[in-house]
Design a protein around this ligand. Structure first.
Ligand code: DX5
Ligand code: ZN
Length: 221
């Protein structure tokens, strides 16, 4: 059983004080999750490589860049240079997934595919042996603060089984609506890295929220 890890999404953090937000939760988390949106793949626009660089300067934890953009392969090198340790992209927006995975690895990042709630696990099964991570989404991509989609939970277990069947070694990450109420369900189904945005950056007390979530993970491990 791998250790359970916590990866805050900065999407709902206060960007007017991002460095302090990052530093306040860093003692309780393992990664940071950076949601890049282009207004095409999803109906929202967030930030680019310069923000990744700013977060890189603010902490020394690994940065997972989640690309919710079209033509992601055009930006792999830029985001790796900016400080991304792992990059997820959505396979349905690239013509040649193996080629994109190869380009991403050559760019120097760990490779991960993000699975939209409408995309079946079978659509990524053939790539599983080549992945370092698999990001199973439990919200529709585009916004933080949405409700956890319980109907996506079977996909986490399905991904776990598919990884065993294909001898894949990817870490299963669950992304969207993860909080103290839903984290147990996600872990029970097979999640190893929990992405949490609004449950941590809630504008009230981010470090306390991160610490509580970390403590809950320790009881679930
Ligand atoms: C949604 C993003 C998620 C989201 C998580 O498109 O990929 O990472 O920001 O935020 P919460 O935890 O608030 O759902
Ligand atoms: Zn994300």
């Amino acid at each position: 059983m791998r250790s359970l890890r916590l990866s805050p999404s900065i999407l709902t953090a206060d960007f007017g004080r991002l460095e302090r937000e990052i530093a306040s939760v860093a003692p309780f988390v393992d990664w940071f999750h950076l949601d890049v949106m282009d207004g095409h793949y999803v109906p929202n626009i967030t930030f680019g490589p310069s923000t990744v660089e700013a977060v890189r300067r603010s902490c020394d934890l690994p940065l997972h860049v989640h690309l919710m953009i079209e033509n992601p392969a055009e930006y792999f090198e830029m985001f790796v240079r900016a400080g991304a340790s792992r990059i997820s992209f959505h396979p349905e927006v690239v013509d040649d997934v193996p080629k994109a995975l190869d380009a991403l690895r050559k760019a120097g990042a760990e490779v991960s595919l993000a699975v939209h709630p409408d995309v079946p696990v079978t659509a990524v099964r053939e790539y599983l042996p080549d992945l370092d991570g698999l990001l199973v989404m439990t919200v529709r991509p585009g916004f933080g603060g949405q409700k956890f989609l319980h109907e996506a939970v079977p996909k986490i277990a399905e991904a776990r089984l598919a990884l065993e069947e294909t001898q894949g070694n990817a870490e299963i990450e669950v992304d969207g609506g993860v909080n103290l109420e839903t984290v147990g369900v996600a872990v029970e189904a097979g999640a190893e890295i929990l992405v949490a945005g609004s449950a941590i950056f809630d504008g009230v007390d981010a470090p306390a929220a991160a610490r509580r979530l970390r403590e809950r993970l320790e009881t679930l491990a």
